[in-house]
Design a protein around this ligand. Sequence first.
Ligand code: F6P
Length: 365
Amino acid sequence: MKKRLLIATGGGDCPGLNAVIRAIVKRAYQEQNWEVLGSIDAFNGLLSDPIRVVDLNLETVAGIHVKGGTIIGTTNKGGPFSWPVQQADGSWTTKDRSQEMLQTLKELKISAVVNIGGDGSQRISQRLYEMGCPIIGVPKTIDNDLSETDFTFGFQTAVDAATDAVDKLVSTAASHHRLLILEVMGRYAGWIALHAAIAGGAEVCLIPEIPYDIHKVKEAIDRRLASGKKFANLVIAEGAKPKDGEMTYVESETPGAMKIKLGGAAFKLSRELKEVGVEMEIRETILGHLQRGGRPNAFDRVLATSMGVKAFDMVLNQEWGHMVSYRHPNMVSVPIKNAVRKYNLIDVDSDLVRTARGVGISLGD
Ligand code: F6P
């Protein structure tokens, strides 16, 4: 009888997910005794009644490496440890259904699970591993905030989208003599913002790792105007916050969903700049999910494919509780618990930050 591998993609989608799925299936089919299933919408497919799993074979994964999204769906709601349940009074609570899910895996005769996801998904992987689940993690996120890997796939494609936006905003800012603010994703990390600001040549870049002083931001804009340029471009990470201030977010009401939804940093900054006397016309652009959707670039296709092949090799080696990691130029295996211990944030003393300062980008400090 063939051995069965189950793949799940969890959390926000990310360019490159399909390339990982395809690589795992292609590599698995090189062995004669493996078949692959996909759980629809992360592990929620296993927790649904009836369960929602699909066969993944050479036919179903043909050509999908160039496509955005994930062919097996994803979600950042629910999951084995926080399944939403409505109570008699209409209010919602969450329930731990992990034992039930492990039982379903047994009934489906799954001998290995590959969970492709960011820090939330890998925390789930770690907990399942501690309960005896034979699980391997693959790091995914446009935010690049997972530790123990040089890069996560999807990040470079997101940076391309953000850089393209900066390029476009520079030309319209110049034509209209405006200050244009671009808000990009990244959660608590400023990787996308800082890369796009350097690549696109913004004047100011505000990241969560360096809380900004609004007066310093104004000074940078004043210097720009004094130099004779009549426009400026500013990139702000959604998680950026003023000194002594808070990040801009809303608390989600959705049961079993992530509690905090970041967003609105650009509008807040715009208000603050007007309050301290910036007189230029200011406009805001929120790039949003354009950073997440669409085709992965070539770098992310190669990274995602390499991670998929490595994940299956780790399955063969039974490296349960480990995550694929990119340590240039190699793919290595690291304990999942190390990867989720802390976020991978920008080191404020790193060469990346020095590079930004070196070309005159103000970081608002
Ligand atoms: O983690 C990826 C990410 O795109 C973050 O950059 C962003 O804060 C969040 O997901 C948005 O999630 P949602 O699509 O649920 O709004």
